[in-house]
Write a protein that binds this ligand. Structure first.
Ligand SMILES: [Zn+2]
Length: 394
């Protein structure tokens, strides 16, 4: 344990030591082993440290069979070197980690909700609470108590003990090791075994803010941030709010109202546009059958949806029950086809369509009087119309 400087003092960021071993892992990454190190390796839910060793960037730290491997951008020699831990990253981890201890303890003490999972992510921290439901007021109360513990600036004490001594403390969970037990304690609040790095008092954790939660199987996954991350989140949210405020031309407190109004406006506009479009199609259909009185209509269009073609055909049929309508549209990617006829016209529209669709690898359906479908642009709309006509006359 002597070589683990981060246990001796988690505030060591700069140190001189010796490279005692070097090597490459299976994927060819260079690593160095140091006589002692302040770089924390991935473990106990806490991510590894980064920094610089002898001027070379540290990419990852891993403990492999008791050996702490410092993966480096390029190899270093076996010699005396200087190590510099990226303190911003490490202190952030210390804040999130201790915040997790405090928040988990609050949920357990107040509501008997045990933490059964923990993840310290790049932006957010999550814990899994062993409960199927979480009410807003319960989350708020736990957050309040956690922040009270922070404000009281209680010491966070680390103590190495053996199994017998460990039994003297009210530990939350069974210990995972039998010897060299590292207890992390916040007096009269939280006692447990932990291998991570922590600040020396709860105050350094900074504020603890729950951001949200969702159900994950029978548990609740709760997302939160601590310390500097709270400021970062607040800044990000402020930027979004300010932008929204400008876009919606409303003060912060009136944003939901303004957004709701906008959505409702959009919905009624959509409805109006839909109705107007339908009226236009109806007029178009009426004009078609009035301008060119016939019993057979074959028309190719550009850029019209299948839905639009269907409407056009239905209106046209309503104006001329004696006619057959074969309509095709090319929307740039696919061919849309509609075959429809009036009550007093003849022909099997479904068969007519099916024959034509086979030429364009299309799919569709319908009945004897009305059928529609679409397929690939394997032939021109005009060619497809000719095929439909031939098929109908056959
Ligand atoms: Zn811990």
């Amino acid at each position: 344990m002597e070589h683990k400087l981060y246990y001796k003092d988690p505030y060591i960021t700069s140190f001189w030591t010796e490279v005692i071993d070097t090597g490459k892992d299976n994927s060819g990454r260079d690593f160095a082993v140091l006589k002692e190190t302040a770089f924390y390796p991935t473990g106990g839910g806490q991510p590894f440290d980064t920094g610089i060793i002898d001027g070379v960037q540290v990419i990852e730290i891993e403990e492999v069979d008791g050996e702490i491997r410092h993966y480096l951008e390029r190899p270093v020699e076996k010699k005396k070197v200087h190590g510099q831990v990226d303190w911003e990253r490490r202190f952030d981890h210390m804040q999130q980690h201790s915040g997790q201890h405090i928040l988990s303890a609050a949920f357990e003490d107040l509501f008997d909700m045990e933490t059964v999972g923990f993840h310290l992510g790049k932006e957010f921290v999550t814990i899994d609470l062993d409960t199927p439901e979480l009410e807003e007021k319960v989350a708020q109360e736990a957050e309040k108590v956690a922040n009270k513990i922070v404000a009281e600036n209680r010491p966070i004490i680390v103590k190495w003990v053996d199994a017998e001594e460990a039994r003297e403390y009210p530990l939350r969970k069974e210990l995972s090791v039998e010897e060299n037990i590292r207890l992390v304690m916040i007096p009269d609040f939280d006692y447990g075994g932990c291998g991570g790095t922590h600040p020396k008092s709860t105050g350094e954790t900074g504020p603890i803010k729950i951001l949200g939660w969702e159900r994950q199987r029978k548990k609740i996954r709760l997302e939160f941030v601590c310390g500097q991350r709270v400021l970062k989140q607040l800044q990000a949210k402020q930027t979004i709010i300010r932008e929204l405020s400008g876009i919606l031309n409303a003060p912060e407190g009136k944003l939901p109202e303004a957004a709701e109004k906008l959505v409702q406006n959009g919905k009624s506009l959509d409805k109006e546009v839909g109705e107007a479009r339908e009226a236009l199609i109806r007029m178009e259909a009426e004009k078609l059958v009035t301008d060119e009185p016939a019993n057979f209509y074959c028309k190719a269009f550009e850029g019209r949806s299948l839905q639009e073609l269907q409407k056009l055909a239905k209106f046209a049929i309503s104006f001329n029950q004696k006619a057959v309508f074969l309509l095709v549209s090319n929307d740039g990617e696919r061919l849309q086809v509609v075959c429809g006829r009036g009550e007093n016209a003849e022909g099997n529209m479904k068969d007519t369509l099916t024959n034509a669709l086979s030429l364009i690898e299309g799919k569709g359906g319908g009945n004897e009087a009305f059928a529609q479908g679409s397929g690939k642009m394997l032939i021109s709309p005009e060619e497809l119309l000719r095929c439909l006509k031939t098929s109908l006359e056959a």
